[in-house]
Write a protein that binds this ligand. Structure first.
Ligand SMILES: O=C(O)CCC(=O)C(=O)O
Ligand SMILES: [Fe+2]
Length: 317
């Protein structure tokens, strides 16, 4: 029986050399990423090329949006989870009560930006720049992750470039220090291959499949947090697992997080990579698309199942 040993710090990976011409130099970074994906389901990246100005700009734009009048924000409100832009304050899970959020698609930017809020006046420019840079970082990181899986760095490259980017801005009030840990967003795993997350202050907590406890993710200045989503678990035929995570209210200050979720196009099915299926590793998951995920969401209220669990093929038979 595994004992409850204190977890080692979450990995922080310098990815400056991911673009190095020397394959052996790149391979060292790929190896760090592969290990982090396997052991922890997440890692933070530094020297990722997204500037502090762009990251701060996105947090400012988000914060200014949430500071707008309720009347203005509700122009973007929708109960329809298929709406391309959606502001909401209601909790479907009964836990995430204090959170408000704005979610919108972002890639390709020209298809979506005209639907985004026009206020604050710099919103589209700042969030647009951030989204584009994060989209290109996601393709770079996925190149390393699929290379780590032995699929070659160009595997899915074009489909990811044209793929889905879903940006979620989350706004949480300051928590009360008397009440202890208050959950701001219920435990869940994300759809898609990877999520790239920027937090204004600590609050994100993660639990990998063989962890016993929640591990807080530190807010390292300049770093971006990356975690694995359900479709990477499917693609890797279970070699990698999607990461359960939740948000705790920060007792020092109100908090904003910006999660960017990356996958293939909405109607495109994701299945286990053929290269990772053989006699010893039978196919573990059914294929599915983003549309299937949207159909799953309303069935999962208050159960906190991972989407990927509904895709499992019973291999015991
Ligand atoms: O606020 C956070 O840190 C987590 C946000 C999140 O998990 C999400 O938007 O999917
Ligand atoms: Fe999430």
């Amino acid at each position: 029986m595994a004992s409850h040993q204190p977890q080692q710090a979450l990995p922080v990976i310098n990815i400056a050399l991911l673009g190095d011409k020397d394959p052996a130099t790149r391979a060292l970074v790929v190896q760090d990423i592969a290990r982090a994906c396997l052991d922890r389901g997440c890692f933070q990246v530094i020297n990722h090329g997204v500037s502090k100005v762009v990251m701060d700009g996105a947090l400012e734009a988000a914060s200014e949006f949430f500071d707008m009048s309720t009347r203005y924000k509700e122009v973007h409100a929708s109960d329809d989870i298929r709406s391309p832009v959606r502001y909401d304050t209601t909790s479907r899970d009964g836990i995430s009560k204090s959170r408000s959020f704005l979610k919108h698609y972002a890639n390709p930017l020209d298809d979506w930006i005209n639907l985004w809020p026009m206020q604050p006046a710099t919103y589209r420019e700042k969030m647009g720049t951030y989204s584009m840079e994060i989209q290109s970082l996601s393709v770079q990181l996925m190149g390393a992750i699929v290379q780590g899986l032995g699929l070659g760095s160009m595997y899915l490259h074009d489909k990811l470039g044209e793929g889905l980017q879903f940006v979620a801005l989350n706004n949480y009030p300051q928590g009360s220090s008397q009440e202890g840990d208050t959950v701001g967003l219920a435990p869940h795993s994300d759809y898609g291959f990877i999520t790239i997350l920027l937090q204004s202050s600590p609050g994100l907590e993660v639990m990998h499949h063989d962890d016993h406890d929640w591990t807080p993710v530190p807010a390292i200045p300049g770093a971006l947090h990356v975690h694995l989503g359900d479709h990477l678990e499917v693609l890797s035929n279970g070699r990698l697992r999607s990461l359960m995570h939740r948000a705790i209210l920060n007792t020092d200050e109100a908090r904003i997080s910006i999660a960017s979720i990356h996958g293939v196009a909405r109607d495109e099915n994701v299945e286990c990579a053929e290269e990772l299926v053989d006699e010893g590793h039978p196919k573990m998951y059914r294929e599915s698309s983003f549309r299937d995920f949207l159909d799953f969401l309303p069935t999962n209220v208050k159960t906190y199942r991972r989407f990927v669990q509904t895709l499992k093929i019973d291999t015991a038979a």
